[in-house]
Design a protein around this ligand. Structure first.
Ligand SMILES: NC(=O)c1ccc[n+]([C@@H]2O[C@H](COP(=O)([O-])OP(=O)(O)OC[C@H]3O[C@@H](n4cnc5c(N)ncnc54)[C@H](O)[C@@H]3O)[C@@H](O)[C@H]2O)c1
Length: 449
């Protein structure tokens, strides 16, 4: 059986064949997801529009909405802490000065995207339906899709009509993270350290958003072999499997930890990396593999260096989790957060919607990305003591931090220079730190209510 396949430009009949074949390859795992997403040959425009509505989760248009061509990615915080992104060509704008931007005045995650009613609704749905029909041809693989960032990516892709496959070992991710899109993606459970899993995951895909890793500095210091297996080994396996499958693009979740103890701020991609931990060294090795595959092996790709990502669904339960999710959890319980070091260290805390936007921009870029490395952050930095203050304000608490000795491998300061990614991908942060923190607190409070 021929596994090499490019989704772009295939006819519907071919798409149906591919779906059947992928299903066989995946040994019968959730076939309904593929059927749900792909248009059938007999489908009418009306049926497709109905399907679009179901897939986006947007309610039927009534008034005040129109479709327009735009180069700007639109972001709509939805209810249940989910986010809806629309492809640049088909952004929605609300009339009468209403905002559909990062903050709907409802704390980000709290407000449902609503449209209100005049005659523009039909035109909008036709545009939306066509957009989804076009993008439904692509099968996108999200590795680590049951994790924090991966699950937000899956939601965004499903919402805009892409066919999505997720591969995850559930080492740190949870299937429940995908509850909001259950039945709308293909699922494959497996460890990417096993090349056979990568081969099955890559079959028929157009592009890979590679998020899988054990994302922890202290855990990598304790268990560098595990960190390497889920980091550079899995990345090389996934690159090779994607190349053999004929994928057109590989988008890699790199890390600002690669900058290590370089003192210069802000961090620019041209700076010499100085990783301080096995995790950071592994992330940097992955960037080099992405570059090699783009330059030498025929698989275009890009590395996105995320800066301290936070948002709903970030796991707070492990000591290895991101600092905001841990602080939010302990402070919500009325306990004092622990700061390792003097608290003067700073981070460019980046709300997850910004990371999703950067991934979609990289996925959709028409020009070759040639293995480039780009920072993904907000471009502002917040000290850990200031973070505790901000959480106290958001939670209505007055808790002082406790201090413990600094941990090995942690970096002192972090701040992204965004010049390169703005120029190459048109990325600008959609949600700032304060907005993101409010959205995160609101989502955490809603889920514990
Ligand atoms: N969260 C951040 O602040 C941050 C910052 C920089 C880079 N990153 C990178 O972003 C990516 C996603 O991070 P996250 O915060 O969502 O973490 P996460 O732990 O929530 O998600 C990682 C996912 O990868 C899966 N996984 C791990 N090893 C695997 C393997 N060998 N095979 C298959 N699946 C595997 C996990 O089960 C999990 O679902 C990671 O690559 C991480 O290194 C994250």
């Amino acid at each position: 059986m021929k596994l090499v396949h490019r989704e772009v430009g295939v006819k519907r009949a071919e798409t149906a064949t591919v779906i059947r074949r992928d299903r066989q390859i995946l040994q019968g795992k959730p076939p309904a997801a593929a059927q749900e997403i792909a248009p059938s040959a007999s489908e009418t425009l009306g049926t497709r529009l109905e399907k679009s509505t179901r897939m986006t989760g947007l309610e039927p248009a009534t008034s005040g909405v129109t479709g327009r061509c735009s180069n700007q990615l639109s972001y709509i915080p939805s209810s249940q802490g989910r986010h809806i992104f629309l492809a640049p060509r088909f952004a929605i704008v609300k009339r009468c000065g209403s905002r559909v931007g990062p903050d709907n005045g409802n704390g980000g995650a709290g407000g449902a995207a609503r449209t209100g009613g005049s005659g523009c609704g039909i035109a909008f749905y036709i545009l939306l339906g066509i957009a989804h029909t076009m993008s439904a041809r692509e099968l996108i693989l999200v590795t680590g899709g049951a994790g924090f960032i991966g699950s937000h990516l899956v939601e965004a892709l499903v919402a805009r009509g892409d066919r999505v496959r997720v591969v995850d070992s559930l080492a740190t991710g949870r299937r429940e993270n995908l509850a909001g899109v259950e039945g709308r993606f293909e699922w494959l459970e497996g460890d990417l350290a096993d090349f056979d899993v990568c081969t099955r995951a890559a079959a028929g895909v157009s592009a890979v958003l590679h998020q899988a890793a054990i994302p922890s500095v202290p855990r990598s210091v304790e268990d560098p072999l595990l960190s390497h297996a889920s980091g550079p080994t899995a990345t090389l396996h996934m690159l090779e499997a994607a190349r053999r499958a004929g994928a057109r693009r590989f988008v890699y979740a790199a890390s600002s930890s690669a900058y290590g103890d370089a003192v210069e701020l802000p961090k620019r991609e041209a700076m010499l990396p100085r990783p301080l931990s096995p995790y950071a060294a592994g992330k940097l090795a992955g960037e080099h593999y992405v570059h090699v595959y783009a330059k030498t092996m025929g698989l275009d790709g890009v590395s996105l260096r995320y800066f301290n990502v936070f948002g709903p669904r970030q796991d707070p339960s492990s000591p290895y989790s991101g600092v905001i999710s841990r602080f939010l959890r302990v402070m919500s319980a009325g306990e004092r957060p622990v700061i390792f070091g003097d608290g003067g260290q700073t981070r460019d805390f980046t709300y997850v919607a910004n990371v999703v936007a950067a991934n979609l921009a990289a996925l959709d870029a028409t020009a070759a990305l040639a293995g480039a490395v780009y920072n993904v952050g907000v471009g502002t930095r917040v000290g850990l003591i200031d973070l505790v203050d901000a959480l106290n304000r958001a939670l209505g608490t007055r808790l002082d931090p406790q201090f413990q000795p600094a941990r090995a491998g942690d970096v002192r300061d972090s701040l992204a220079d965004l010049t390169a990614i703005k120029a190459a991908l048109g990325y600008t942060p959609l949600v700032d730190f304060e907005q993101g923190l409010r959205a995160t607190v609101a989502a955490a409070q809603a889920s514990s209510a």
